[in-house]
Write a protein that binds this ligand. Sequence first.
Ligand SMILES: Cc1cc2nc3c(=O)[nH]c(=O)nc-3n(C[C@H](O)[C@H](O)[C@H](O)COP(=O)(O)OP(=O)(O)OC[C@H]3O[C@@H](n4cnc5c(N)ncnc54)[C@H](O)[C@@H]3O)c2cc1C
Length: 382
Amino acid sequence: MDFSLSEEQAELRRMVHDFARGEVAPAQEQMDRDHDFPYETWEKWSNLGMPGILIPQDYGGSGLDSLTYILAMEEMGAVSQTFALIWQVHVMVANMYVHLGTPEQKAEWLPRFASGQNLGAFALTESGAGSDAGGVRTRAVQDIKGNWILNGNKIFISNAGTRISDGTVVMAATGEQEGRRKAISCFIVPTGTPGYSLGQSFDKMAWHGMDNSELVFNDCLLPATSILGKEGQGLRQALAGLNLGRIVFGTLGGALAQACLEETLPYTKERKQFGKSLSDFQITQAKLANMATNAETTRAFARYVAWLHSQGQDCHTEAAMVKLMGTKLAVESATDAYQLHGGYGFMHDYRVNRLYREAQILAIGEGTNEIQQMLIARALGC
Ligand SMILES: Cc1cc2nc3c(=O)[nH]c(=O)nc-3n(C[C@H](O)[C@H](O)[C@H](O)COP(=O)(O)OP(=O)(O)OC[C@H]3O[C@@H](n4cnc5c(N)ncnc54)[C@H](O)[C@@H]3O)c2cc1C
């Protein structure tokens, strides 16, 4: 077994490390304060070719593999979970176009996603369909000319409401399948299509700076060529794409545990109570040791699952496991880090306060942790 990184991987990791700490860290503070999308930082990130990390070079991307992407996520996630997630959603959507797009769809959209000129978004969730993705009520019907007419609402959608959002992938029911389950298809919806508008923008506990909007479709007319992938196969196709997203969520959990350690170790060395540093108390040391272990074990497991993914091996159960493990350990680490900061951790000025809030959403996004447990149990034959 060879755990060493290639020269290219080590170089990319160094570059992301420097960019995250030099450019994204100050932008993160501003995002948390003003809740504005980080357009300038995204542009600088785009100049490094990072929005197109998985897009083939023929379409203007970097054509790197999922393991290298995960290594970059480790570095970004330790500094800004928000920026990492903006990037993750974009990469996931671009990847759907890579794997499902027709040559025309790829030629139209991939260069725009690779350059970062446009930001990708993926719209599945509705008020009545969260974990039960098959319950979507947004509906598309074909008119006599073969065009699709889309009606319905989506909520919580990341990245869809910025001024660079375009080519949003929307999941809608297009009929019934055998056994009366809905047939669901993926649609490409360009920004500015008549009948497509943004509803409310959600005010969140964390990930300030990421846009999360409601999408409204009111007789939204789309050409027959708008389907991405196969008609009626949208859910299966989208769920296959979620595997990489789940590896990212696990990775971000490990990165968050790392950030908790980086924040809490110096604090507990400096903070004195009862004439000693907090880090001199064994009970504190146990928490710090757990944080370090959480970060390291998640990193190692996520790299292994990313390697399986980059080899094209089936890893849907392992992806669910790493998502479950990494995000649980992130919540544990953030709770300990917050506790060790005493009353200061309750104050917004302290970074540990943001880490605590960010950890909670990792257990919900990309399929809740209960859904991951359900998938793992199913693989066990339950
Ligand atoms: C910040 C943010 C960003 C998001 N971005 C996007 C996006 O870009 N695109 C998108 O489509 N969606 C997005 N979502 C939606 C997200 O994917 C859903 O919130 C998530 O899938 C859970 O759905 P729900 O909120 O409706 O919860 P519910 O499905 O109502 O679940 C509530 C609780 O019940 C549990 N539960 C549900 N079913 C079962 C079961 N069968 N067995 C045991 N427990 C169960 C869940 O685990 C959870 O604990 C985002 C959400 C947030 C908060």
